[in-house]
Design a protein around this ligand. Structure first.
Ligand code: NAP
Length: 254
């Protein structure tokens, strides 16, 4: 199997019509682009993010585009407790009775600095947002995901999660953890035949996080979030039903 979007694949209008999809980091960057694209294809999107104003702007855009009424969940993933994840699951259960997918985009960069100097406080914060939150949010959502006839969870990885790189510290380690979490969950749930887990490395993409990591780079040389969203769309659609436990590239090297 190729580890990217199948050549020539395009989303059919309405292909996500019956889907309830939760997107984290939905207020900005790649998560925002995913949320808007999924809603345009008919999904009901649950927008989870840290900044209420940003979520409201995405909510308004979806309504302007004629999408279905989204749900908004302002949540700071650095401080969310298991009780709060359980409360969110209860809320979604009451509203929707199931979940057909999660796209985990929320993440922080932390410091770009040698391991020797890495601050323990920043390390913990990066691990909480980039690794603990996707794990415990997914764990809390499992009953809802199992209630779907066809559910897909997409974690967002990075090239430094596949091969560690000097100075990328907690971010690299958190993304290596995400690759592993993807494989463990995919293996554990494969027997169900209705629930799958994959990881995507977006590659260099024009967002706030990328600008923070590479301040001297010309952002116009980078793909926009909209350009890399089709791989995420394919993964949450039923067209990728056979794909489980894979690590995919939105921008594969030629
Ligand atoms: P981004 O533009 O910085 O967006 C990150 C999103 O995460 C924002 O919506 C942010 O919310 C949210 N977030 C951060 N901390 C949070 C918290 N404590 N609680 C809830 N939400 C929080 O980043 P991006 O580039 O789109 O990144 C999306 C994913 O792709 C990340 O997992 C990233 O690691 C990965 N990635 C990106 C690139 C790239 O080149 N851009 C490359 C490889 C991997 P606020 O805006 O409200 O702070």
């Amino acid at each position: 199997m190729s580890n990217t979007l199948p050549a020539g694949w395009q989303a059919r209008p309405g292909c996500l019509n019956d889907k309830i999809l939760l997107v984290t980091g939905a207020g900005d960057g790649i998560g925002r682009a995913c949320a808007l694209a999924f809603a345009k294809l008919g999904a009901t999107v649950v927008l989870l993010g840290r900044t209420q104003d940003k979520l409201e702007a995405v909510y308004d855009q979806i309504k302007r585009d004629g999408g279905k009424e989204p749900a908004m969940v302002p949540l700071n993933l650095a401080a969310t407790t298991p009780v709060e994840y359980a409360q969110l699951a209860d809320m979604l259960d009451t509203e929707f009775h199931r979940l057909d997918g999660i796209v985990h985009c929320a993440a922080v960069l932390g410091d770009i600095t040698p391991m020797e100097l890495y601050s323990a406080e920043t390390w913990s914060q990066v691990m909480r947002v980039n690794l603990d939150a996707p794990v415990f949010l997914t764990q809390a959502m499992l009953p809802l995901l199992k209630a779907s006839p066809s559910a897909s969870v997409v974690f967002t990885s990075s090239s430094v999660g596949r091969k560690g790189r000097a100075f990328w510290g907690a971010y690299a380690v958190s993304k290596a953890g995400i690759e592993s979490v993807t494989q463990v969950l995919a293996d554990e749930m494969e027997h169900l035949g209705t629930l799958r887990f994959n990881a995507v490395n977006p590659g260099a993409t024009r967002t706030t996080m990328r600008a923070k990591a590479y301040p001297a780079e010309n952002p116009l040389t980078l793909k926009t979030p909209d350009e890399i969203v089709p791989l995420f769309t394919w993964l949450v659609s039923d067209d990728s039903r056979a794909v489980n436990g894979q690590s995919l590239d939105a921008q594969p090297k030629p």
